[in-house]
Design a protein. Structure first.
Lengths: 274, 269
């Protein structure tokens, strides 16, 4: 059995509105250390709610009604995420699990420079760092994601969509987390920029060895980049398997429907029928 | 048979501080009724500038656009008559429909403005339009946009475009904001309309796979220039231009991926 990074058991989230919406229903999931897990599904299927839920990022009316989340830290310690108090939770987030948010292109503060927003991360999570050390760390991050140090004084609107996305990735990378959750990180970008960003994520992963949960509705993209893929529908994971088996021998009808929603780029004209 | 000619069109924008930007550089193509042309290229390649010039929201710096041999009128009744013949479907069905108005209003308005049918026949025509886009008139006619799904909204937007009985449709990323499982449905609808009613469609997208699937011809735009054009399968399967090859290589293609890794998985990241 592979080394486990995150164990999610029987996890449920309900939006307590009238009538209540069961957004995530009894999800059980074992995330392997070092893998890329693709989480696919359509709007409203609960994929973002699940990702937020495991980090306790949900706000009312969302209520976690059942389940446990255990983070197997690289130190060997098992962290029960649901047992952390507010201060422990604050320290845990971003340090162990970071996130590249959906619509990241608009997730940056428009009236603060890139550099100061990246420095914030260190100011909050690494209070012992001096100002000079923080500056240095920010410069290093901007170089790592190939945005360049000279951009630390730029405001978000002065950067292209692809560059802003790189800044978001730099921010997620800042504390060298063990898990990075990416929620539709390339959806608003065109294919060429998307490919550049994917290659960058790949390099960073080789360099820093973090695990990735990649959330998107773009199944062809997931099939290329993921080790395993979880297909979500109406709050449930209907199928979870290696990318190759999802592609060659999907078992669930909904997985088959999703596959047949994408016309083929090459090969015979038409859609994939399984 | 309607023929739209885009003849050696160049569009230059003057931008303060950045000098002149050539958004389109000597672009020519012909769109005939019953034909779908896929227009592909990355952000900033000039795709939307073509749509703006076709709808006369922008005028070309040089070159000419002609419909059946006649240059597009710049203003007045002539321009209105032209716009009746060429309609747009926009990317975002959440933004392109007015949240205060019902589906009925959205479809009656172009019918009234262009006096397509006599007043007494409005209701029937609205119902007919809804049926054409495969919506059930009874269930949607009195609803407002927020009560409809994304796919239903885009169908209403298409019905609205069809109201003035156009000959040509310009569809700018018509499905990119929709859920994946309903995208093909909307694209199939456009394909049916083309087949059944001989509509000419300019399908603007950066999705090479659907461009291939739904277009007779594909035109690849890079920095305002047409770098490659031809039958869809030729352009996608046997691209000649380096930029087209780059676009194709960047597009997800599980088929090729699993053929090349044969047995291993997760090879790309």
């Amino acid at each position: 059995m592979r080394d486990s990074l995150l164990t999610v058991r029987d996890f449920s989230v309900v939006y307590d509105v009238d009538p209540p919406v069961e957004a995530v229903k009894n999800v059980t999931l074992e995330l392997h250390r070092g893998e890329i897990l693709g989480l696919a599904g359509e709007s409203g299927c609960g994929k973002t709610t699940l990702a937020y839920g495991v980090q306790r990022l949900l706000k009312a009316p969302a209520v976690i009604t059942s389940g446990s989340v255990v983070f197997h830290d690289s130190s060997g310690e098992d962290i029960e995420v649901d047992r952390l108090d507010a201060e422990q939770m604050r320290q845990f987030r971003w340090d162990k699990i970071s996130m590249v948010f959906q619509g990241a292109m608009n997730a940056l503060n428009p009236v603060a420079t890139i550099g100061s927003q990246l420095e914030d991360v260190f100011e909050v999570h690494r209070p012992t760092m001096s100002r000079a050390e923080r500056r240095e760390a920010v410069v290093e991050l901007l170089e790592i994601v190939k945005v360049g140090r000279q951009r630390r004084r730029s405001f978000p609107h002065e950067l292209s969509g692809g560059m802003r996305q790189r800044v978001m990735i730099a921010m997620a990378l800042a504390l060298r987390p063990q898990l990075m959750i990416m929620d539709e990180p390339t959806t608003a970008l065109d294919v060429l920029v998307q490919r550049e960003i994917l290659q960058q994520i790949s390099q960073l992963r080789h360099e820093f060895g973090f695990t990735v949960v990649f959330i998107t509705h773009d199944l062809p993209l997931l099939l290329e980049i993921s080790d395993r893929i979880a297909i979500m529908r109406e709050g449930e994971i209907v199928e979870l398997d290696t990318a190759e088996r999802i592609w060659t021998s999907p078992r669930d009808d909904y997985t088959k429907t999703l596959l047949s929603s994408f016309p083929r780029l090459t090969g015979e004209r038409g859609v994939v029928v399984r | 048979m309607t023929v739209l000619e885009f003849d050696r069109v160049t569009k230059i924008y003057s931008v303060r501080g950045a000098g002149q930007i050539k958004a389109l550089d000597d672009v020519s193509f012909t769109l005939t009724s019953g034909q779908t042309i896929g227009l592909v290229g990355q952000s900033g390649s000039g795709k939307s500038t073509i749509a703006k010039i076709l709808t006369q929201l922008e005028t070309p710096t040089s070159g000419q656009v002609r419909l059946d041999g006649e240059p597009i009128p710049r203003r007045g009744a002539g321009l209105r008559a032209y716009r009746q013949k060429l309609r747009m479907v926009f990317q975002d069905p959440f933004a392109s429909l007015n949240p205060y108005h019902s589906v009925r209003y959205h479809l009656e308005r172009p019918l009234r403005l262009d006096a397509v049918v006599p007043k007494a026949a409005l209701e029937d025509e609205v119902r007919r339009l809804l049926e054409r886009v495969r919506l059930e008139p009874e269930t949607v006619i009195d609803r407002r946009p927020h009560e409809l799904s994304g796919g239903q909204r885009q169908r209403v937007a298409i019905a609205r475009a069809l109201a003035s009985r156009p000959l040509l449709l310009v569809a700018d990323e018509p499905v990119s904001m929709l859920d994946v499982s309903i995208r093909l449905g909307v694209l199939n609808l456009l394909a049916d309309l083309r087949r059944e009613e001989g509509l000419g469609v300019l399908y603007i997208t950066h999705d090479l796979a659907t461009a291939r699937h739904f277009s007779d011809e594909i035109m690849v735009l890079n920095q305002g220039r047409v770098v490659e054009s031809g039958p869809a399968d030729d352009v996608i399967l046997r691209p000649q231009d380096p930029y087209t090859r780059e676009l194709r290589a960047a597009s997800p293609d599980p088929e090729k991926h699993f053929a090349s890794v044969s047995g291993q998985h997760g090879g790309v990241l």
